[in-house]
Design a protein around this ligand. Structure first.
Ligand code: C2E
Ligand code: CA
Ligand code: CA
Length: 657
């Protein structure tokens, strides 16, 4: 095939042009046939008229047809006819079709040896005129002429056949000229009506092909960075894995996720986010060798396929190169961004021999890298599969519990240190796993936060705790743990007010425990919510005090009612070289100064309890004093710690619902 025919737009154009040409040619042919037949008709009829004219003027036709000379009158007629110019030949035939007389441009004569003419004979035989028009051949004929054979009868008896031939060259020329003008007009019209849209179609097709090429590219590449996309990566992985056995080398899949990418987007806008992604894409590309594949799976996730891997050290060295390339500062509109990534690495064939399995292994390793604090590299290990399965099971258990009211609350008692009086209970979330064993809240709550179910769970805890506490004697309190996310979404003070209203619990009987992380952001809105709660009469407790950050500073930020010293301090009591004792004593003294109650939790032994007595702590909580128990066992707990009459308080006990 001609090379240009291979290019589809030219093919389309050629097809169009051929179509156009055949259309014009077809029209031309039809037009010519129509003109030809019209012309032939007119010309032969003209010949017939001339023949009839002869019949009307030559009175001695019969004798002439028998071979006699025409009369002088007839000769005069023929002379005149000859000069007229249009008839170039008159002939007279015998009824059988033999020519007897001819008049043409240079003679008027009888025919020497009569010649048979089949057309004339046929006209004589049928009694019908024969009309024809044709192109002349040879010097004696004009280039186009018409001829008519007319049988002449007298009383039904044929006496002669006369023939007139007329020169129609000029008419033919006029008709041809007219026809060609029509054709030219037609051609132009068609060229305009067909050619313009044809050209438009040509360019459109060309455009469409460019778009198709772009779509094909995009189907395999990421639009923002031009890197391979997931489909392309899978293709490349499949091909590379198929070649593994042959060359003996391995390959590595690096799964990268930009740390805190959302923050970049929030702070620098989407332009900034896009710029970061493009820059990282560029750096990854620059770090690779031919045969490696860099892809973006969407969002801030990149996957890099490293080929020709012969050792784990080589992969580690490569990952190091990648992460340090990414960590170079990036300038965006006068701002400097320093990006870090979490990386999960899987090796083939060890960690998978299909693209899906390898990607999953690398993803699990990435998950580990993120949960280990981000900005680090983790290689896949088989136990990650087990972790993932656990995680999936947990998520399902949480979703089920939310849907089917599967959570429970346990209540752990709180006592006054000085007289061991029961003050109330802390409500603790419990969820039984499929094996009947409780899933620890410390495992459950972070996942519930991640899958955005924490708010629903927290609302349930609050309501259930208040509802239960409302059945207890009036002097007993209930403490509920709040999660920071409850302050991020919606108004916690409204929820608390509604819940107190619905359950009928007095506000001062509700204690809300928050942790330092809540105050980390130092958000005005959070402090305002806390102030509203306090104004309602709810008790606000700083939980896990001493574990987190510059704890003391938080005490100035909000007038807490209570500080709960983290149980790690109690557990550190008596350990040599640790200053747990001093810390606890200091916090207790500080609480006195700030007019905040201090509660020590996690007291497990008599020795620890004795220390607290000596340290003059306010309140205490721990296994030594009482384990968390289901709501149904709270009544027994209350009875067991019923205050003695001489203390003057005899609380009545309402039955738990
Ligand atoms: P937390 O607020 O510090 O709750 C006290 C935890 O210490 C409870 O663990 C309790 O069972 C445990 N504990 C009590 N006495 C002792 C003791 O003498 N020794 C030891 N080793 N531990 C003791 P639990 O129930 O496993 O809860 C763990 C954490 O989960 C809680 O720590 C709290 O931060 C969170 N949590 C529990 N329930 C909820 C809830 O309803 N909402 C929220 N947001 N968090 C909750
Ligand atoms: Ca607590
Ligand atoms: Ca605590």
């Amino acid at each position: 095939m001609l090379p240009f025919l291979k290019s589809p737009p030219s093919r389309v154009f050629i097809v169009l042009a051929l179509g156009f040409i055949s259309l014009v040619a077809g029209t031309l042919a039809i037009g010519k046939t129509a003109t030809d037949s019209g012309l032939a008709d007119a010309v032969s009829r003209n010949a017939r008229n001339w023949a009839q004219y002869m019949v009307a003027n030559v009175t001695d036709l019969e004798p002439i047809a028998l071979g006699e000379r025409p009369s002088p009158a007839s000769m005069a007629f023929f002379e005149g006819a000859k000069r007229s110019g249009q008839v170039f030949r008159y002939e007279i035939y015998s009824p059988a079709g033999y020519s007897q007389f001819v008049m043409d441009r240079d003679r008027i004569a009888l025919v020497d040896g009569p010649e048979f003419n089949p057309d004339a004979a046929r006209a004589g035989k049928t009694g019908q005129p024969i009309l024809e028009a044709m192109d002349g051949t040879g010097p004696e004929f004009p280039s186009y002429f018409g001829r008519a054979y007319i049988p002449v009868t007298v009383d039904g008896r044929p006496i002669a056949i006369v023939a007139a031939s007329i020169d129609a060259t000029e008419q033919r020329a006029i008709a041809d000229k007219a026809l060609s003008q029509v054709f030219i007009t037609l051609f132009l019209l068609m060229a305009i009506s067909g050619g313009v849209p044809g050209l438009a179609l040509y360019f459109r097709t060309k455009q469409k092909q460019q778009a198709d090429r772009r779509i094909r590219f995009l189907a395999h590449h990421d639009a923002l960075t031009g890197l391979a996309n997931r489909a392309q990566l899978i293709d490349e992985l499949t091909a590379a894995l198929a070649g593994l056995a042959a060359n003996g080398d391995g390959l590595a899949v690096h799964f990268l996720d930009i740390d805190h990418f959302k923050g970049v987007n929030d702070n620098l806008g989407h332009d900034g986010g896009d710029f970061l992604l493009q820059t990282i894409a560029e750096r990854l590309r620059a770090a690779t060798r031919p045969g490696d594949v860099v892809s973006r799976l969407g969002g801030d996730e990149f996957v890099l396929m490293q080929t020709g891997v012969s050792s784990k050290e080589q992969v580690e060295e490569f990952t190091h190169r990648l992460t340090s390339a990414i960590a170079q500062p990036i300038r965006f509109k006068e701002q400097e961004i320093i990006a870090t990534v979490s990386v999960g690495v899987a090796l083939a064939p060890a960690d998978g021999t299909t693209p899906e399995r390898l990607l999953k292994s690398a993803d699990l390793a990435l998950y580990k890298s993120k949960s280990d604090g981000r900005n680090c590299v983790r290689f896949f290990t088989p136990d990650m599969d087990v972790e993932l399965l656990k995680r999936i099971t947990l998520e399902r258990a949480i979703r089920d519990a939310v849907a089917h009211d599967g959570f429970e609350l346990h209540f752990q008692p709180l006592f006054e240190v000085s007289n061991r009086r029961l003050l109330g209970f802390e409500a603790l979330l419990r969820l039984r796993g499929a094996d009947g064993v409780f899933i620890p809240p410390m495992t459950l709550i972070p996942i519930a936060e991640e899958i955005r179910l924490i708010d629903r769970i927290s609302a349930w805890v609050l309501k259930e705790a208040c509802r239960t506490a409302a059945t207890w004697p009036d002097h007993l309190t209930v403490a509920v743990n709040l999660s920071p996310s409850q302050f991020a979404t919606g108004s916690i003070s409204e929820l608390v007010a509604t819940t107190l209203g619905e359950t009928g619990l007095a506000a001062h009987r509700l204690e809300l425990e928050i942790t330092e992380t809540l105050l980390l952001g130092n958000s005005v809105a959070t402090l305002a919510e806390l102030a509203k709660l306090k104004a309602m009469g709810v008790v606000i407790v700083m939980d896990d005090f001493g574990t987190g950050y510059s704890s003391l500073s938080y005490l100035w930020r909000f007038p807490f009612d209570k500080i709960k010293i983290d149980r790690s301090f109690v557990q550190g009591l008596g350990e040599s070289g640790r200053n747990a004792e001093t810390v606890i004593k200091t916090i207790i003294a500080l609480g006195r100064e700030l007019d905040m109650n201090v509660i020590v939790e996690g007291v497990e032994t008599a020795k620890q309890a004795a220390f607290l007595d000596a340290a003059d702590g306010d309140q205490v909580q721990g296994f030594y004093f009482g384990h968390p128990v289901p709501a149904s066992e709270v009544a027994a707990e209350i009875l067991a710690h019923r205050p003695r009459r001489d203390e003057g308080v005899v609380p009545g006990l309402t039955r738990a619902k």
